[in-house]
Design a protein around this ligand. Structure first.
Ligand code: MN
Length: 129
């Protein structure tokens, strides 16, 4: 099932556009922020089904934002995928150890991104309406 709301937190306009276009054409709904601070506000208010989080952001970075999300009951269970230019294996390990649910390296592979998003959405416990 598509139609889930994905929050993109990304300060680079081109990357944000790529992520948005790919998600929208696949049938997801999208919310966007260029900062972690505003991303946290949106997450609290709209409770997205998944968050794509850039690591390097102006102000608060993606790792700190993840910690904030995990601290709060309203946002603690939202799957968060790190989207980062850090491609060294050690950095990847660091990011997963930090508690992110997934990891996508830039430049983004559309196929891998969509597969990971779908995998994490399908992993959630069923909510009976
Ligand atoms: Mn960035």
């Amino acid at each position: 099932m598509a139609g889930e709301l994905i929050l993109i937190v990304e300060d680079n306009a081109l990357n944000a556009k790529l992520l948005r276009d790919v998600l929208l054409v696949t049938g997801y709904r999208v919310a966007e922020s260029t900062t972690a601070e505003m991303g946290l506000e949106i997450a609290r208010r709209e409770h997205p089904d998944l968050i794509l989080m850039d690591i390097q952001l102006p102000g608060m970075d993606g790792r700190s934002a993840l910690l904030e999300l995990r601290k709060e009951r309203a946002t603690a269970d939202i799957p968060v995928v790190a989207v980062t230019a850090s491609v060294l294996p050690l950095e990847r390990k660091d990011i997963l150890a930090a508690g992110f649910d997934g990891y996508q390296a830039k430049p983004i592979s559309v196929k891998e991104l969509l597969a990971e998003v779908r995998r994490l959405l399908d992993r959630r416990p069923e909510v009976v309406a």
